[in-house]
Design a binder for this molecule. Sequence first.
Ligand code: KE4
Length: 431
Amino acid sequence: MKAPVQSRRQFERARHILPGGVDSPVRAFRSVGGTPLFVRRASGAILEDVDRNRYVDYVMSWGPLIHGHAPRGLVQTIAATAKLGTSYGAPTELESALGERVRDLVPSMERVRFVSSGTEAAMSAVRVARAFTRRDRIVKFAGCYHGHADAFLVKAGSGATTLGIPTSPGVPKAVAADTLLARYNDLASVAKLFAKYRTSIAAIVVEPIAGNMGLVTPADGFLEGLRELADRYGALLVFDEVISGFRASAGGAQEVFGVTPDLTCLGKIIGGGLPVGAYGGREDVMSLVAPAGPVYQAGTLSGNPVAMAAGLWALGRLTPRLYRDLARKGAQLAAGFADAARAAGVPAQVNAFGSLVTPFFTTKPVRDYESALLADADAYARFFRGMLKRGIYGPPSQWEAWFLSAAHSDAHVDRTIAAAHAAMKDVARGR
Ligand code: KE4
C-alpha cells in the first residue's frame, strides 16, 4: 500500500469546510486512527483511494451495495432514467412500481411512503405510531441506532457509540424523557417498562437483527416476545430493517424470523446506493399519513425518479441463489476471522448472520450493548489497520458490521482470511 499522501491532502482541505472533514462521523477513522481514505472510484468488491491503493471493500457504503459497487446494469439504468429528467416534485409511476415491489417482498407493508434516508423513515414511523396510538413514549434498545432524529439519540449505537456520544447534546430533555431504554435480547427489561408505563407507550422500535453495536442477532423468542408485549399493551411494533431489509433475506428479518411488525423502516439496499428510505406497514396505520390523513411528513426529493429506478434494479435481482452465496461466503469469512484470532491467541467472538459479520475483540459472547462495549476497541483498531495495510478495507469501528456483496468472490474472501491471520498477529503483538 502506498502512503495516503493524497488522502491526507484532501482531508486537510475537507476539514476547513466540513465539520471533522466528513459528512458522516463514522467515516472519520476517529476510533481506528490514521487518515480517512478519500475514494477515487470503486467497482465490484474493489475500492480505490485517491492514492491509487486498491482494497477489498467490506464497508460497501454501510450496506446498500448488496450487488457490489457500480454494477453495469445499475449504472445504465441510472443514466437512462436521468436522461429523462432527474427530479420533478411530481408523481411518477416509478414510485408505485417500487412500492409494489417492496410490498411483494415484505407483505406486511400494505402501504409504503418513500423518503430519502433511514433517519427520515424511522422518525416518520414513530410520528405515525404516536398519532395512531395517541401516545408519546417509545421503547428503544441501548446500542440500536435508528438514524439521528432527536428521539433516537439516546444510548444510540453506530457512530454515536464509536465517538463516545451515545446520548447527544442538543436533544431536549423532554424529548429524551419520552424515549425509554431497554436491553436488547432481554424481554424482562421491556416488560418492566410496560409494567410501569403501561398504555402510555406508543411503540417498540427495534433492529430485528442489530447491526449498530456490531452485529447482534435476536435470541430465540426475543422478537416473538416483543410482538406479544406490544399486543398486550396496545403499542405498535416497529422493525427498523434499514440494515436487515433485503439483506437478511429478500423479505428481511421479519421473513426469516416469522414475526410481523405493524410498521417497517427501510433504507440502504432499497435505493441501490442512491438516497432512498421508506416506511410502511398496516393500511389502517399508514392511512393517517398526509395527505391521506393528518400526520404530516414530506420531502422534496422523496420518490426521486432516478433513485426509484436504481431501487427497482436492485430489488429486481434478489434471487435465492444470491442469498445462498452470501450466506456461504459470510460463514466462511466469520470462520476465517475466528480461526485467525485463535491461531494468534487473540480473544475474539465473531458474530455472523448471512452476509453480516463482526469480529468482537472480547472473551465473552456479545448479545447486547453492555457485552458489546466490553470489546477492546484498541485491539479492533490494530486489526483494522493490519487489514488496511494488506488491502482489506473494513468498517473503521468496532461497533459496525462487515458487509459482503454478490461481487465478493471466493478469492476475495480467501485473500481476506489470509490477511486476517497476519493482522491478528499484529493485534497479538500490540502493534
Ligand atoms: P441513514 O439516515 O444513515 O440512511 O439511516 C439511519 C439508520 C437507521 N436505522 C439503521 C438500523 C441504521 O443502521 C441506520 C444507518 N446505519 C449507519 C451504519 N451503521 C449509517 C452509517 C453512517 O451513519 O454514516
